[in-house]
Structures are given as C-alpha cells and as structure tokens.
Ligand binder design. Structure first.
Ligand SMILES: Nc1ncnc2c1ncn2[C@@H]1O[C@H](COP(=O)(O)OP(=O)(O)OP(=O)(O)O)[C@@H](O)[C@H]1O
Length: 646
C-alpha cells in the first residue's frame, strides 16, 4: 500500500466512522450496474420483461432445445394440472357439503376425489421433471458460455490487452457477466413457472365463480408489493455498504495470506492492519445491526398490510357467501387457490427482480464478445514457411493511450543463422521492437517482411509456429516441471526437429535442478496444490529457457534470458544461444558481456535505433554502447568507477 497511516486518530475514527486511513476504493467491475439497478423501479423492470425473456430463451434454445422445451412445457402442463386439481377439489367439496347422509355424500365425492388426487400427483411428477430439465440447463449453459469466453480471450490479438477499456470489459465479462447466462435462463424458467401458476389458479377460480377473481388479486397484490420492497431495501443496504465490505475483505486477505506474511512481519504491520480491520469491522457490525432492525420493521409492516388484505378478502368472501353469490364449496376452493397463487406470484416477482439485474451483466458479456471478435485476426492467409531474411522497414509502434511511440521509425535487417542483440537503457523500446519482430504486435506504421512478404499476409497460426519468445515477464504456470517445458510446443509432432524435453532442460541448466525436486519432472510447481513445490526466481528462469529451447523455432526471441540466473546457469544458456544455421536469435540483455559475440548489435534510445554494428565497431565509436559497456566493465575492476561520459 502506498498510503502511510495518519499519525494521530480522532476518537470518531476509533469508533468507526466512514473516514479511513486507506485510500478510497473504486467500484469493482462486478458492481458496475448496481447503481442503475437501484434507481430503476419495479414497473420499468416489468416493462422490459418480454425482451429479457426472449433473450434468455434464446440462450437456452441455443444450448439444448430438448431441455428448454421440457422445462417450459412441463411447467405449463403442471399449471394445467393445478387448474384441474382446483376444479376437482370444488366438485369434491360440493358433494361433501350437499344435503343427505354422510356415507352417500362421501360416495358421491369419490370420483372427483380420485380426479383431484390424480391431478395433484400428475402435477407433482410434472414439476419434478420440469425441475430436472431446468437444473440440466444450468451446467450446459455455463459450459457453452465459459468455453466461448475463453475461446475468444485466447484468440484475441495481444495489443488488445494494452487497451485499458478492453481489459476492463474483459474483467467485467469474466468475473460477472459470464456467470449470469445460466442465471437469466434459470430465472426466466422460474418466472414462467410462477406466471403459469398464477394463471392456472386464476383460470380455476374464473371457472368456479368469476366474481372471486378480484378477491384473488386483492389478496395477492399487497404481498407482491411488499416482497418487492423487502428485496429492494435489502439490495440498497447491501449497495450502501459494499465498499466497507470490500475493504474488510482486502484487509482480511492481507492478514491471512502466505504471500504477504513475510512483509507483514518484516515491517511490523500487524497493529496497523488490525487497527484498520477493527475500525471497519465496528462500523460494519453497527450497520448489520441497523439493517436487521430495519428489515424486521419492513417485514412487520408488510405482514400487517398482507394481514389486512387477507382479512378484507375473508370479509368479501363472507359477504358473497351470505348473499348467496358464492357457494360454500367455491369459497373453500378460493381459499386454497389463494395459497397457490400467493406462492407462484412471490416466485414470479423475485424472478423478475433478479432477471433484470442478471440481464444487465449478461449484456456486458455479449458486448465483450463482440468487441473481442473485432480484435481477433481471422485465420487464413499465406502459410508461413520460415525465412532467410527478416526486414524491419521504418517501423513504429505507439501503445494505446500513450503520448509517444515506444518504437520510432526503426529499420534493420537480420538473417537466419545470425544472433542479433538489442541493447539500450530501460524503456528504450527493446522489448517492444522484439515483440514486433516476433509478430506479437502489428506496427502502427511501417512494415516487417519475411523474405519480402508482409507479416500481416501470413496465416497467424502458421506464422506463430515459427516463433519462440522467452519473455522478460514470464508467468509461473501451475503445472509440473515436465508440463512447464512441454507447453513450449504441446502438440509437437514426432518428426519435428528439436531437442527432447530432457535435452532442452540440460541446455538450460535445468535438468539436474529438476531431478533434485521431490518428484523430479512430475513435481507440481505451485504451493497452492497438495505436494506442490516452490522454485526460486533463477530456477524458474531455467525452466523458462528450457521451454523456449524445446520449442525449437526458426526465430528465437530471448528477452533478458539470464537476469535471474547464477553465473554457471547463465554460461550454459548462452552456450546454447550461440549461432545455429537454422535459427535467428534476437537477444535482449543489459549484461553487455553476453552480446560481444553477436553478429549485429542494435542500440536503442527513446524508441529509435541510434547505433548498429558488431561489438568492435561499436566500441570504436564514441557512443551510447561504449558508454554503457565501459560503465559495466568498470564494475568488475578494482579501480573506482569512472565518471559517466555524459
Ligand atoms: N503494454 C504497454 N502499454 C503501454 N506502454 C508500454 C507498454 N509496454 C511498454 N510500454 C512503454 O513503452 C516504452 C518501451 O518499453 P519497452 O518495454 O519496450 O522498453 P525496454 O527497452 O524493453 O525496457 P527494459 O530495459 O526496462 O526492459 C516504455 O516507455 C514503456 O513504458
């Protein structure tokens, strides 16, 4: 954390007010639409329902038509059974309430009773089958949506990741949008189920006695409104406190984490972190208690209104009974219907709220896919078949949202069989130029050609298969040591030229190191996993070098391949990186002793190529290369360092 704690705290702060010693948190991506949702009324949400439902059914349909039809169709069939069940129940009650001896009345009610029981059983069976189909949809939708997401993110051009907007959209789609596809399908089915339940009940009531229909509405509407209010209140409360909660999670993560444990102790941060946690926790606990109280009051209020509405319905029913408008059996069925309608309406209201929220986030996912598609180079073009000469012709590259180009008007030529070196101070554009040469970025202006053909004319996959890049900022892949090397070319055919996995490891001084691990090449290199093992920075770099060597590509880009290596490992790696007739090696390093034998050295400053030649030629000139070389060489001499030339 960059911010230092304030030296003194007021009593208020200790008590837990909103003021904080840590900087304010930005809204997280997954909360992106929260304020919009909070400001949208239930009725405007309801108006957008048809479009949302169409969208969700489209997703389900594209995933599995049979399960989509089953989950909706079986629910509708269950609704029909609800209507039958209520009608049969009325017949049963009509017979039971009729005049005459009890055994006769029971006998007369039996057929309707059997029908009612059959309808209830069928309804139960249909509901279970519909639930099964609905539950089947969730994992299938997740599978489809997630796979699509990662097909897109792994295919998108590298430059897209430098665009802050793109990266933010990707995080939002991955962390929230992608998860919502299954939710919108699930909530839509729940919504349809709820509405079918309400309609089925209303249909039965209309057949029994249409005048009871307004009673049904009268009883259900206050409950529905209260349900919406309770849900909204809960949501707004959560929203108001989300920043505090996130701060708590962040602090909790800092205090119970393997990666931060050493620094927390070394800087004695314990009291500072605990103090912050206590302060936030106090405020959070108070807010929780206030919420519980407010929720109870809302529920009390809601239940009272619902109770009054229920009482009104009973009064109306009583009146209708007394005046002879409604028979006793019909009134009794209406009470049953009220119960069913209440449950269905509650489910429908809840699903509507959730569907709206989920759909907004799901739209993020859809937007991201469109945007990513536009930044994916389609397959096709000329197959690349290696090169004899690579020509960089007045090439520039400016990263998005930056003022100056990282590489400016650079021209150079390199040949197969050579080792060329890019040198220069930090930020001079070496890595950017190497990535351009490797085809990972497309120049903003200028052209790069392989044997006269513009790189953009080649099929991207085919071009990539001739390139290996040992990046400066390599990732610790949580695989075994073996996999960490083999992913260099995971699909390498039998006849592909190149060293075996073990030979590649030997060339990178990694073989003996790996054999010393608890499970040798099968050691998992991530402590997050059981039996996982941690490597040192230099040990990792040996594996990274082995991976690049195993890839055996025509163009090998090595960006600081030895920064973390000890002298022996560095020597081994550079032995391998010497000239090879089938390969062009592009070497970037600040240890200039390692570039002395390069065929050509290109010196960069502020994105421009300022010198080029071999070591002897460059040392003979009074330029940047000689200055940097002599500064470094002085470090190995017993004499004090000479003053810089500039
Ligand atoms: N992804 C990026 N987005 C925006 N700017 C970038 C990006 N990568 C590099 N830059 C900028 O481009 C310039 C050149 O960076 P580059 O990494 O090519 O330099 P370098 O010579 O390899 O540096 P070093 O010796 O420190 O590795 C720097 O000013 C850097 O801040």
């Amino acid at each position: 954390m960059e911010t230092t704690p304030r030296p003194r705290r007021s009593a208020d702060q200790e008590e837990g007010t909103d003021e904080s010693a840590l900087p304010e948190l930005a809204d997280p991506d997954w909360l992106h639409h929260a304020r919009q949702i909070a400001q949208t009324s239930f009725w405007s949400v309801a108006r957008r329902l048809p479009r949302l439902v169409r969208e969700a059914i489209g997703v389900a349909w594209a995933t599995n038509r049979r399960d989509t039809v089953a989950s909706l169709g079986l629910n509708i069939a269950a609704g029909v059974m609800t209507t039958f069940g209520l009608l049969a129940t009325t017949s049963v009650l009509t017979e039971l309430f009729a005049a005459g001896p009890t055994p006769d009345r029971v006998r007369a009610a039996l057929p309707a009773l059997v029908l009612a029981a059959a309808a209830v059983t069928a309804r139960g069976g249909l509901k279970i089958a519909a639930g099964w189909a609905q539950a089947r949809l969730t994992p299938q939708v997740n599978y489809r949506v997630q796979l699509r997401m990662f097909e897109v993110t792994t295919g998108v051009e590298l430059a897209a990741f430098d665009d802050a907007g793109f990266a933010e959209e990707m995080d939002r789609a991955r962390d929230r949008g992608m998860q919502e596809a299954a939710s919108i399908v699930d909530h839509t089915v729940t919504l349809v189920t709820g509405l079918v339940g309400v309609l089925a009940t209303a249909a039965a009531v209309a057949v029994i006695q249409p005048i009871l229909l307004p009673c049904l509405l009268l009883a259900a509407v206050p409950e529905a409104v209260t349900a919406v209010r309770v849900a909204r209140r809960q949501y707004l409360n959560l929203l108001a406190r989300i920043t505090q909660r996130r701060r708590m999670w962040l602090l909790a993560h800092l205090m119970a984490n393997r990666h931060t444990a050493a620094e927390v102790r070394a800087y004695q941060m314990r009291e500072f972190l605990l103090g912050e946690y206590r302060r936030v926790m106090t405020a959070e606990t108070r807010a929780d208690l206030a919420l519980v109280r407010a929720q109870t009051i809302t529920r009390l209020f809601g239940t009272s209104i619902a109770g009054v509405a229920g009482f009104a319905v009973y009064a109306v029913l009583g009146g209708l009974l007394l005046t002879g408008w409604v028979a006793l059996a019909a009134a009794a069925t209406a009470l049953l219907a009220l119960q069913t309608a209440h449950t269905s309406l509650g489910a429908a209201v809840f699903a509507t709220n959730s569907l709206y929220e989920d759909a907004l986030y799901y739209q993020d996912y859809r937007d991201f896919l469109d945007r990513a598609q536009a930044r994916t180079r389609p397959p096709g073009g000329r197959p690349a078949d290696g090169f004899d000469t690579i020509e960089v012709d007045r090439v520039s590259l400016r990263y998005p949202d930056t003022e100056h180009p990282a590489v400016r008007e650079v021209s150079l030529t390199a040949r197969r069989g050579q080792v060329i070196a890019l040198v220069g101070e930090n930020g001079s554009g070496k890595t950017t130029l190497a990535k351009l040469i490797a085809g990972l970025y497309r120049p903003t202006s200028g052209v790069i050609r392989w044997d006269g053909t513009d790189l953009t004319e080649f099929d991207p996959d085919s071009l990539g298969s001739h390139v290996a890049v040992m990046t400066q900022d390599w990732w610790k892949f949580p695989f075994t040591a073996r996999q960490n090397i083999l992913v260099g070319r995971h699909d390498r055919p039998e006849r592909h030229p190149g060293p075996s996995m073990e030979d590649a490891a030997r060339a990178a001084a990694a073989h003996d190191m790996v054999l010393g691990l608890p499970y040798g090449y099968d050691t998992l290199l991530d402590r997050e996993f059981k039996n996982g093992h941690e490597l040192s920075g230099g040990q990792w770099q040996r594996l990274v070098a082995a991976r690049g060597i195993y890839r055996a590509a025509r163009l090998l880009v090595c960006d600081e391949p030895s920064a973390a290596l000890d002298a022996r490992a560095e020597h081994a790696v550079f032995q391998h990186l010497r000239r090879h007739p089938d390969r062009l090696t592009v070497l970037i390093t600040h240890r200039l002793a390692n570039v002395r034998h390069a065929d050509q050295i290109f010196v960069m400053r502020d994105g421009r190529l300022v010198q080029q030649g071999d070591h002897d030629q460059l040392i003979a000139q009074d330029g940047l290369y000689r200055e940097l070389f002599e500064l470094q060489a002085a470090g190995y001499l017993a004499e004090p360092s000479p003053a810089p030339l500039r």
